[in-house]
Design a binder for this molecule. Structure first.
Ligand SMILES: NC(=O)c1ccc[n+]([C@@H]2O[C@H](COP(=O)([O-])OP(=O)(O)OC[C@H]3O[C@@H](n4cnc5c(N)ncnc54)[C@H](OP(=O)(O)O)[C@@H]3O)[C@@H](O)[C@H]2O)c1
Length: 331
């Protein structure tokens, strides 16, 4: 059975999900929902674009909504998922790690009430990196898993953090690059399971375009004191023009690695590493979200409802292949 997908929100992730859908053998795009239908129709002329307020009267009823709003403003504060769960299953990439337990509770309540499945916090971190942490620490008893991002000198663009800066008053546009601390990675690879704080492992570099009249010091203070996002890290804020941002900092690259090092017996070192390298972070994230959209549909067709995270879902549910093909070619 083909899966009817509605994409909610047309930002970096939304556009990447629309592109990624063309590669899925079992999915059809039936609608794109946006708060800016006129603007988005001009950009995506051939696609079925509808305004957010038209969500309950779409010509084709969707099976799964891929939620592409910003984690903080749209998913958590804006309850985008709770609204869409009234219509169909949902999948999102909610990435405010500290708020995942609360977000899971809210989505679970709505999903159970509406009889739908909400797959939350997919993407790569949280998402596949969460799986790597659980696998690593389960397979190497007693070992700790560490995740590093931006392990090349140019660093990696964090869309969640860029999005968080863009929500601040006085900010016109922003890009945030995450850099791993190579010394901390070396320490982890020795297998000593060092006690590292987030600020020991990474530092953050922000390129910010101010709105006319905004006070740079006020914006800088709001950024570096933002809980969870910047407060625990050394953070460098640079103010640039829109032209400079577009010219010098427009790459969507990101990368990262989850490293688990331990001993299987005294003196027998064991290493598990899982690494992602994306030329385009949104496109990498979108591919993962679409695999979990397939899982949401599968879970729903088996009469499940409520919230699921990547940790709760059998890998076979992510794949478009049959069980027979998986047993023959992937085991
Ligand atoms: N788990 C992971 O590994 C992972 C990885 C990457 C990103 N993420 C998450 O994905 C979220 C979305 O990232 P994103 O880069 O797609 O954010 P974004 O480009 O800022 O888009 C967020 C929303 O803003 C609206 N928007 C986009 N462009 C706009 C414009 N020009 N003017 C006004 N509104 C605009 C869109 O909604 P409308 O179309 O309705 O206006 C869109 O859905 C992030 O917050 C992050 O939490 C997670």
């Amino acid at each position: 059975m083909r899966i009817k997908v509605v994409v909610v929100g047309v930002g970096n992730i939304g556009r990447a999900v629309i592109t990624g859908l063309t590669k899925q053998p079992d999915m059809d795009l039936v609608a794109v929902l946006t708060r800016r239908p006129d603007e988005v129709r001009r950009q995506l002329a051939d696609l079925p674009v509808f305004g957010w307020d038209q969500r309950e009267s779409l010509p084709t009823k969707p099976d799964v909504a891929v939620l592409c709003g910003g984690s903080r403003k749209d998913l958590f504060d804006g309850l985008q998922g709770a609204e869409m769960l009234k219509l169909c299953h949902t999948v999102d990439s909610f990435d405010t790690h500290a708020r995942i337990p609360t977000y899971a509770q809210v989505m679970d309540l709505t999903a159970r009430t509406t009889g739908h499945v909400a797959v939350i916090s997919t993407g790569w971190d949280p998402g596949t990196f969460s799986l790597a942490r659980v696998y690593g620490s389960a397979f190497l008893a007693g070992a700790k898993s560490y995740a590093f991002y931006g392990i090349t000198p140019r660093g990696g663009l964090s869309m969640g953090h860029s999005d968080a800066i863009r929500t601040l008053p006085g900010v016109q546009d922003a890009r945030q690059l995450t850099h791993a601390n190579p010394k901390a990675m070396e320490q982890v690879r020795t297998g000593k399971n060092p006690d590292l704080k987030p600020g020991d492992m990474h530092w953050r570099e922000c390129f910010v375009v101010l709105k006319p009249g905004a006070d740079p010091e006020e914006v800088r203070t709001q950024i570096v004191t933002m809980p969870h996002y910047f407060e625990p890290y050394a953070t460098k804020v640079q103010f640039v023009s829109q032209e400079e941002l577009d010219r010098d900092h427009s790459g969507m690259q990101h990368d990262g690695v989850v490293i688990t090092v331990g001993e299987t017996a005294p003196g027998h070192r064991a290493v598990i590493e899982y690494r992602n390298v994306w030329d385009s972070n949104p496109e990498g994230t979108a591919g993962i979200m679409l695999a979990f959209a397939r899982a949401a549909h599968r879970l729903g067709s088996l009469n499940n409802s409520g919230v699921f995270t990547p940790l709760d879902i059998p890998p076979a549910f992510l794949s478009p292949h049959t069980k027979e093909k998986l047993l023959k070619n992937f085991m």
